[in-house]
Design a protein around this ligand. Structure first.
Ligand SMILES: NC(=O)c1ccc[n+]([C@@H]2O[C@H](COP(=O)([O-])OP(=O)(O)OC[C@H]3O[C@@H](n4cnc5c(N)ncnc54)[C@H](OP(=O)(O)O)[C@@H]3O)[C@@H](O)[C@H]2O)c1
Ligand SMILES: *[C@@H]1O[C@H](CO)[C@@H](O)[C@H](O)[C@H]1NC(C)=O
Ligand SMILES: *[C@@H]1O[C@H](CO)[C@@H](O)[C@H](O)[C@H]1NC(C)=O
Ligand SMILES: *[C@@H]1O[C@H](CO)[C@@H](O)[C@H](O)[C@H]1NC(C)=O
Ligand SMILES: *[C@@H]1O[C@H](CO)[C@@H](O)[C@H](O)[C@H]1NC(C)=O
Length: 323
């Protein structure tokens, strides 16, 4: 059995939101986020376009980028090349980007989007995230993410953004946002993998109809994260045993776990073989006992890799399970 690549509940809320604001959505445009996406942070600059193009040729229909990755021009070239080679059009793929912290001032939000669209050479995004609930000082660090969010809602009316979302919010921040807006985020992107399952936090989103995207789905594999403890997820003997038993690779076990929870996963790789391996996760089927094993690993090694709280001198992730 192949894993489903998309989930329907999200479509319903996406369409309801679109109806509220009277935006015609072409029937060919994706209304549902594909669960297997491709990440673009830290792509090798020498062949980033080729890697993105390869991802589309391998079957990915969801690309995750951000202004902060400083490679949206290269990603855009790869999208154009990949679409041409596969014979698809813009409407057949889901493209996500993110507003950086230095563009939180309400009058800067539309400019952040314009720069991203111009770099990608696209006329619209399927999803635009607020990258962090944090305005950097160059944007005036007194700016509330509620005000930034209001400016993001206004983008929907331009047709240049189909859905809006947030990343890296903690429960109080998300509740504050929900309390002060009639347009809740369609998607929340956060760090999630077997070492950071955040099961209750995920359930909160399900209850509120907010889709969740799992970033760094391969845990500490991203080399910008501090190595050492806990041991690499992809090198963990229990994960390797599950992989062997199910005829999968360790990376596919991690990704299949994420997809099984209804989250979209966005693994990044600069290598053709891994780009294909990760997409082939659709053929990796886990069994009940495997989920129990992975749950125990999460309890043992609970770890968050992406936490700029110290570097930015600002509290983050308050009240979450690793706090
Ligand atoms: N919203 C946010 O704040 C936020 C934060 C972090 C990430 N993200 C997004 O999430 C995406 C994914 O997260 P990530 O890039 O941090 O980490 P990741 O995708 O979990 O891991 C990427 C690392 O794993 C390696 N890798 C990929 N596939 C592999 C495989 N099958 N076997 C072994 N190693 C493999 C890659 O190496 P090679 O490239 O050398 O193959 C790379 O070093 C990002 O690219 C970005 O789009 C968003
Ligand atoms: C990109 O370049 C790196 C470094 O030379 C190489 O290892 C990798 O296979 C290349 N990837 C693609 C998609 O060409
Ligand atoms: C941007 O995309 C258009 C087609 O939509 C294409 O004609 C044009 O050449 C592209 N520009 C760049 C700089 O790639
Ligand atoms: C959100 O609103 C509810 C109901 O008014 C209130 O009980 C709660 O304290 C609010 N939460 C935040 C974080 O503002
Ligand atoms: C993987 O595990 C083996 C032993 O089980 C160890 O020797 C090796 O250094 C580990 N590699 C990584 C990348 O953690």
């Amino acid at each position: 059995m192949l894993l489903p690549l998309s989930l329907l509940p999200f479509a319903a809320s996406a369409l309801a939101q679109a109806a509220d604001i009277q935006i015609p959505i072409a029937l060919s445009t994706l209304a549902v986020i594909p669960l297997l996406g491709y990440g673009t942070w830290n792509l090798d600059r020498s062949n980033a376009s080729e890697a993105v193009s390869l991802a589309l040729r391998a079957g990915y229909r969801h690309i995750d980028g951000a202004a902060a990755y400083r490679n949206e021009d290269l990603v855009g070239k790869g999208i154009a090349d990949g679409l041409a080679k596969v014979g698809l059009s813009r409407e057949d793929v889901w493209i996500t980007s993110k507003l950086w912290n230095d563009h939180h001032a309400p009058d800067m939000v539309a400019r952040g989007l314009e720069k991203t669209l111009s770099d990608l050479n696209l006329t619209y995004l399927d999803l635009y995230h607020m990258h962090w609930p944090v305005a950097s000082s160059s944007s005036g660090n007194k700016i509330s993410y509620v005000d930034t969010w209001k400016a993001m809602i206004a983008l929907l009316q331009t047709g240049k953004v189909r859905h809006i979302g947030v990343c890296n919010f903690d429960p109080e921040q998300l509740q504050t946002l929900l309390n002060s807006t009639t347009h809740p985020p369609s998607v929340h992107q956060m760090e999630l993998h077997p070492y950071l399952p955040q099961t209750e936090w995920l359930a909160f989103h399900k209850a509120h109809g907010i889709h969740v995207t799992a970033y760094s789905p391969l845990a500490g594999t991203n080399p910008t994260y501090s190595p050492g403890e806990p041991p690499q997820l992809l090198n963990n003997t229990a994960v390797l045993k599950i992989a062997k038993d199910r005829g999968c690779t360790a990376a596919q076990v991690a990704l299949a776990w994420g997809i099984s929870r209804g989250t979209s996963v966005i693994p990044k790789s600069s290598h053709a073989d891994r780009i294909e391996e990760n997409f082939a996760t659709r053929e990796c089927e886990l069994e009940d006992g495997d989920y129990k094993t992975l749950e125990k690993l999460g309890e043992k090694y609970l770890h968050r890799y992406n936490n700029p709280s110290g570097a930015w001198g600002i509290p983050l992730y308050q009240g979450l399970e690793d706090a």
